[in-house]
Design a binder for this molecule. Structure first.
Ligand code: AMP
Length: 308
């Protein structure tokens, strides 16, 4: 089992969906990634920054999930990153209403010394220079580096993003962002262009339509489970990435076949995330529920066919 370094936001989120709205609740890429990865009982550390307004209760919650927080800087006089989003009726698309970087604006990440030799690094959605700085601090070349990003960073920090993408093995990105990053409508062509930017594996997330994995000439597709309850898709992409990274860190196997399994675990964990607002569902998730859902994925896609 390898150590996992997780970099990303710890945040306050305010969310509006067709089913209701929340005031500031616990959110952030590192939060969702950490909660998903903690399912695998691995040695994981979060690297992030918060303000003095970030409740101790949230820190305790993450610690109770075995996430090492020694790499989380607390700036007492500062404010925590805040994001507000509104989902459209299809629940697959959303508008960002507010992004307040706050303490994130001047964040200099520090990887805790006992994690500098981690084999796995999950660069969650964050400023690409922060993502690069974390890679610079690793004492040994990690076995697998995974990077997630979003439209905000593609719009505002394109060149820095291309520089860090060159250094990663797996890029996870949603379909619209893959188009935005490459200027290509076809996801197959977009994935090829992203390969050319550096990553050997490209995972394109398609929300309720599952995820595509591209590796050289191979393509693998994991559906999303048809769900009865969808309340809030916030964090589903990060939960997917956290499940993916956690599974890889647990198994230590970076073969194409095992990366396919990681996609299934990521999809299974993300399917829980959307069932309640924010982190609510992930906090109370039982191991047996995850196992049942992975088996549901298997049944959903398995068939015996005889060619006639
Ligand atoms: P997801 O729904 O998986 O794309 O991620 C939603 C999470 O990303 C929310 O909890 C937000 O706090 C966080 N987030 C939103 N915008 C940004 C941003 N520009 N940089 C980093 N994290 C963000």
């Amino acid at each position: 089992m390898g150590k996992l370094v997780i970099v990303g936001t710890l945040a306050f989120d305010a969310i509006e969906t067709p089913f209701g709205k929340t005031d500031s609740i616990l959110g952030g890429a590192a939060t969702f990634i950490g909660l998903a990865a903690s399912h695998f009982n691995i040695d994981a550390a979060a690297v992030s920054v918060v303000g003095g307004d970030f409740p101790q209760e949230y820190m305790d919650l993450l610690s109770s999930k075995n996430i090492d927080l020694s790499g989380v800087e607390i700036i007492k006089e500062g404010k925590t990153f805040f994001w507000k989003g509104r989902y459209h009726n299809d629940m697959n698309t959303r508008d960002t209403l507010v992004t307040e970087l706050n303490t994130l604006a001047d964040f200099n990440p520090t990887v805790p010394s006992e994690y500098k030799n981690a084999e796995f690094v999950m660069l969650g959605n964050l400023h690409p220079l922060i993502q690069s700085s974390v890679l610079d601090q690793m004492s040994e070349t990690p076995k697998l580096v995974i990077l997630d990003t979003m439209n905000f960073w593609i719009d505002n920090t394109y060149d820095d993003l291309l520089t860090v993408i060159k250094r990663v093995d797996v890029l996870t990105i949603n379909d619209e962002e893959a188009r935005q990053l490459t200027g290509e409508y076809s996801l197959v062509v977009a994935a090829r262009k992203i390969h050319d930017m550096g990553p050997e594996y490209v995972v394109i997330k398609k929300g309720e339509h599952g995820a595509l994995l591209f590796h050289n000439k191979h393509v693998f597709y994991a559906p999303a489970l048809p769900l009865e309850e969808i309340f809030d898709p916030t964090g589903a992409g990060d939960t997917f990435a956290g499940g993916f990274a956690g599974y890889i860190a647990k198994t230590g196997d970076i073969s194409f076949d095992n990366i396919k399994n990681a996609i299934i675990y990521g999809s299974a964990l993300a399917s829980f995330c959307v069932e309640r607002f924010g982190t609510e569902r992930m906090i109370h998730l039982e191991r047996s529920e995850v196992h049942d859902r992975v088996m549901q994925f298997k049944q959903l896609t398995q068939f015996n066919i005889e060619l006639t």
